[in-house]
Design a protein around this ligand. Structure first.
Ligand SMILES: Nc1nc2c(c(=O)[nH]1)N[C@H]1C(S)=C(S)[C@@H](COP(=O)(O)O)O[C@H]1N2
Ligand SMILES: [Mo]
Length: 169
């Protein structure tokens, strides 16, 4: 009898853990939140949102990009994560991504763009952590030198610096 009950308990616990995994709880950030993702996402760690501290963002696969920019001199070397990796990580399912920056700059992206191009959300430039006083802590950077069609004013305004929020619709 004891054995049957303990077997049932084990099965019940397994179901509870499987449900928690499927609901996709992300760990809570331990440090200050630097990025908030909201909207059509399958994984959250707060009410309707996925919050990330810098450590969580740096745990994503590291993406490196060498390119010139529209606002700095010469070729810069960026380090961060791919936008599409972040969107997959939170199980984003919308077609439009709205980015908001600390200075209240807001712009919409077609989510397909992040499949077509290796768009990087950078936290380092030339080995230095991006500071909020200079494009940081997060800067959306496009592989501008790798694709001539990205060397265009329509893309320059998508290089959102001081990124703080993404909303998926
Ligand atoms: N956070 C933030 N990112 C931004 C902007 C802004 O005002 N705030 N301006 C955009 C625009 S309109 C352009 S053309 C490029 C370059 O802006 P700049 O020429 O003012 O440096 O950055 C884009 N990213
Ligand atoms: Mo601009």
């Amino acid at each position: 009898m004891d054995r049957i009950i303990s077997g049932m308990l084990t099965a019940l616990l397994a179901m509870v853990f499987a449900t928690a995994a499927a609901a996709g709880a992300l760990p809570r950030p331990q440090g200050p939140t630097v990025l908030e993702v909201q909207g059509a996402i399958g994984k959250t760690n707060a009410e309707g949102a996925a919050l990330f501290d810098m450590e969580m963002l740096q745990a994503l696969p590291v993406a490196r990009l060498e390119t010139s920019t529209a606002v700095t001199d010469g070729v810069r070397s960026f380090e961060g994560f791919l936008m599409r990796d972040l969107l997959a990580h939170v199980e984003a399912s919308g077609n439009t991504v709205t980015a908001t920056a600390l200075n209240n700059y807001v712009i919409d992206f077609d989510a397909q763009e992040f499949e077509r191009y290796d768009v990087v959300v950078a936290y380092r430039m030339d080995g230095e952590t991006l500071q909020p006083s200079d494009k940081g802590p997060l800067w959306i950077v496009y592989p501008r030198d790798q694709h001539t069609e990205l060397q265009d004013i329509r893309y320059d305004y998508r290089w959102v610096w001081q990124l703080m929020r993404l909303e998926i619709r």
